[in-house]
Design a protein around this ligand. Structure first.
Ligand code: 16G
Length: 238
């Protein structure tokens, strides 16, 4: 119910109303249109828009161009304190990690990849492009480069499961540390159908360089994470 002569702003009352409505819905369900809300509560469309904008910013609703407004999927929170794999991250949240291999090949490293992995140009590397899913919902697109002399005998089957498990349990190598950068970007056309998002939707670009205990770089990964499904959490001490 919206009380017009209350000291609580109408847009804020509507936000509370919509939050109540959302409790009874599932992620992905549509909510009423701006016009419907404005008619139902006899308030201006501007006020409705303000309430919906705030809920979109809070990550409770998502707008899909030309389609309407929907209940948002919950974001996966990933702490940035430890070096974990996608499979570990999803399992620790009770989600099932799944992988779709988009391409798998051994190539000779070009100048750029060789420089990233600090190897000589031409040294063979595996180039693996994978779509990572959680409970069948697309989360990220990853392109990994792995030196073939370190990560030996890699197969499509191995990268279909967990790469880090293969490295640690089958190759008995010790993964030690990584350097990672994160930057925001907008989805490009080529990524949209794979990640099931629309061109221009927010994404996070992540680059990771990972090292073994002996200091050797064993992977260089470029990934694109869905901005609507991911949230990174950092604990800071002072
Ligand atoms: C994560 C890593 C990626 C690594 C993968 C291994 C980021 C940004 N990337 O996705 O570098 O290759 O985990 O996952 O966190 P897996 O063991 O499940 O194959």
């Amino acid at each position: 119910m919206i009380i017009k002569d209350s000291h609580i702003p109408i847009y804020f009352q509507l936000e509370m109303e919509i939050k109540e409505i959302v409790k009874g819905l599932n992620p992905g369900d549509p909510i009423s249109s701006e016009r419907e809300f404005s008619e139902k509560y006899d308030i201006s469309r501007m006020t409705v828009r303000q309430a919906i904008n705030n809920l979109v910013n809070e990550g409770i609703l998502v707008r899909k161009r030309g389609k309407g407004t929907f209940v948002a999927e919950q974001k996966v929170e990933q702490p940035l304190s430890g070096l974990t794999s996608f499979s570990e991250d999803m399992r620790s949240r009770g989600l099932k990690p799944l992988t779709k291999i988009l391409s798998f090949q051994q190539i000779s490293s070009d100048k750029n990849i060789a420089a990233k992995l600090k190897i000589t140009e031409g040294v063979p590397v595996y180039e693996v492009s994978r779509l990572r899913l959680a409970d069948e919902s697309p989360m990220a697109l990853e392109i990994s480069y792995l030196p073939a002399n370190i990560i030996t005998d890699l197969t499509e089957n191995t990268v279909h499961a967990s790469l880090y498990e293969y490295i640690e349990n089958e190759l008995n190598l010790k993964i030690s540390h990584a350097t990672q950068t994160l930057e925001s970007s907008l989805a490009q056309k080529s990524e949209c159908s794979i990640l099931q998002i629309e061109e221009g939707d927010p994404v996070l670009l992540i680059e990771r360089f990972s090292y073994l205990q002996n200091g050797e770089a064993f992977e260089y990964v470029k990934s694109i994470y869905r901005g609507d499904r991911y949230k990174f959490v950092i604990d800071m001490k002072r």
